[in-house]
Design a protein around this ligand. Structure first.
Ligand SMILES: [Zn+2]
Length: 558
């Protein structure tokens, strides 16, 4: 029997011998819309071999690449895209959100308390419960939660729930007591303890006041970091992301990712921007790119200002709803510029968090001064491609400076559809002109890499695409002054989530579009983003994710 089948195989190979064997591909994909990200008609099929796209074109021609070992993926009406990349997110936080009580999307205070009650029921008394992801801005109760709310469902467990933006938390009485926070506790600099009429803490701790309960936080051992990263990677591959630009990364996290990469446990690409204290390690040790090509540590993230929700974003004029403040500056020019000059000489990419119009103008000014100070001949790379993270509120006069300086705008579409509920009251109407101004940023010639800032937002490529094109919240609400004209078209949105993030990671010759010779990083979604009604887009889902021609995720039912 065995001999016969061997003979049969030899015969069938001989029958195909007119076609050279090397033409047979590892994977052929057809049967649905293929959006290449290039200005060309959609092809019918692609073929992948040894991690690269080797053919883009007609199905009949692709048929000739199908050999005995070729895996044929029939899209069955789904749509194929260049690999989606989250250009700003926090992988560790994404994993930690899953491992703690994940409150992302809870629609009311009552719903949040129900979730806490469920967790309490399965947690030994006295054990600390951490949660993250709530945001009260569209709750029917329309107020912050309090310790009394939490005490009603968790009298015996310390409970601490961090707001989605990471700039505030609510603690119950047991948690405040264990951390020693009482009516007598003074708030630290840069923090606030909200108090009731009797001057007792309500449970809400803002910004630096969260440090008062830091001792209750779980210890971040290398094992726990690794566990959270694995969970974050699981979540992200199942959402269709092929890569993440991982922001504000500690060195312990870099090492954990390097361990995962070495053991082949890094499904998607991770491009790290480390915290400023690690700049020295990159300057002395050089930028780090792993042999697998999936892990790269090349950037350093700095903070120019704070966030808009907590009025930390640095503005030129006072806040419309708090005339006593213009926000916070977090950096000193004289201290930072020498560091940035060294970074420029050594090919380290700088990514600076800037949210307010003053924060953004300062970042642009300081980048310009650094570029002037280091001649091109003394730079490790001619085009530094430095980035501003968020670039949220920018004076219209500063918009053209991104392109002029070659600075990448790294923006989060979902922030605009979350912030539309409070940004108008913070900024007043005039300053909304230049806020979340994606379309004009692109029209001025800037490279615009889009991300989610998860775990601040959900971290879903379809929500980001929807937010960029609809500029409405998930209920379709927009608000009267929310500058609808700054929504982008679908082609621009696709570029923001594929090509420009590749460019921001110096990889646009390898990834970012579907073309022959490019790495096979691909996302398959159930919806056709280029033609579906916008409201249907967030209801779609990822069906498969491919990195380097390896299928790193496939939906169980597809
Ligand atoms: Zn962030």
């Amino acid at each position: 029997m065995r001999l016969i089948s061997v003979l049969f195989i030899s015969l069938s190979l001989a029958a195909c011998a007119t076609e050279p064997q090397s033409d047979s591909a590892d994977i052929v994909i057809w049967g649905g819309r293929i959006h290449t990200g290039l200005d060309q008609p959609s092809p019918e099929a692609i073929a992948i071999d040894q991690g690269r796209i080797v053919f883009v074109g007609a199905r009949a021609a692709a048929q000739r690449r199908v050999g005995a070992d070729t895996r044929v993926i029939d899209l069955r009406g789904a749509a194929l895209y260049p690999g989606f990349v989250d250009a700003h997110a926090h992988l560790l936080g994404i994993g930690q959100r899953e491992l703690t009580l994940n409150l992302e999307g809870v629609a009311s205070l009552a719903a949040m308390l129900a979730r806490v009650r469920e967790r309490v029921a399965v947690t030994p008394p006295g054990e600390i419960i951490w949660g993250r992801g709530w945001i009260e801005t569209h709750w029917p109760e329309a107020r912050f939660p309090t310790r009394a709310d939490l005490d009603s469902v968790a009298p015996d467990h310390p409970v601490l729930l961090v707001r989605a933006d990471g700039h505030a938390l609510v603690a119950n009485s047991a948690a405040l007591q264990r951390a020693g926070v009482s009516a007598a506790t003074a708030p630290p600099d840069g923090g606030e303890i909200l108090r009731d009429a009797a001057r007792a803490p309500t449970g809400m701790l803002i910004d630096a006041a969260m440090d008062l309960v830091a001792e209750l936080a779980p210890r971040e051992t290398p094992e726990e970091i690794e566990r959270a990263l694995r969970v974050g990677l699981e979540v992200y591959r199942a959402r269709g992301w092929t890569a993440i630009h991982n922001m504000s990364v500690s060195w312990a996290e870099v090492e954990a990712l390097e361990r995962l990469d070495t053991e082949g446990a890094l499904p998607l690409r991770v491009y790290n921007a480390v915290t400023p204290e690690n700049l020295d390690l990159l300057l002395t040790g050089g930028v780090r790119k792993s042999a697998s090509g999936r892990l790269e540590t090349r950037a350093v993230k700095f903070y120019m200002d704070g966030a808009l929700g907590s009025r930390g974003a640095a503005l030129f004029e006072p806040y419309a709803d708090a005339p006593e403040t213009r926000g916070l500056e977090q950096m000193n020019r004289d201290a930072v510029l020498p560091l940035w000059e060294q970074a420029l000489r050594n090919g380290v990419q700088i990514a600076t968090h800037a949210i307010g119009d003053r924060g953004n103008a300062m970042a642009l000014d300081w980048y310009a001064a650094t570029f002037d100070a280091v001649p091109r001949s003394e730079r490790a790379v001619a085009e530094p491609r430095w980035r501003i993270e968020h670039a949220q509120i920018v004076r219209p006069v500063d918009l053209p400076r991104f392109a002029e300086l070659g600075v990448i705008a790294s923006m989060q579409p979902s922030h605009a559809i979350s912030d539309l509920h409070f940004a108008p009251s913070r900024l007043g109407d005039a300053r909304l002109d230049g806020a979340y101004a994606w379309r004009r940023m692109i029209e001025e010639g800037a490279a615009l890499a889009a991300g989610s800032d998860a775990p601040v937002e959900k971290g879903d490529p379809l929500i980001e695409f929807y937010a960029a094109t609809a500029r409405r919240d998930l209920n379709g609400f927009q608000g009267s002054n929310w500058r609808a004209a700054d929504a982008v078209d679908r082609t621009q949105a696709l570029r923001m989530l594929t090509y420009w993030p590749a460019y921001a990671a110096f990889a646009e010759t390898e990834r970012g579009v579907i073309a022959e010779g490019m790495r096979a990083d691909l996302s398959i979604f159930s919806v056709d983003l280029m033609s579906a009604p916008l409201a249907d887009i967030p209801r779609g889902r990822a069906l498969a994710t491919i990195v380097d021609g390896e299928i790193i995720y496939r939906a169980a039912d597809w």
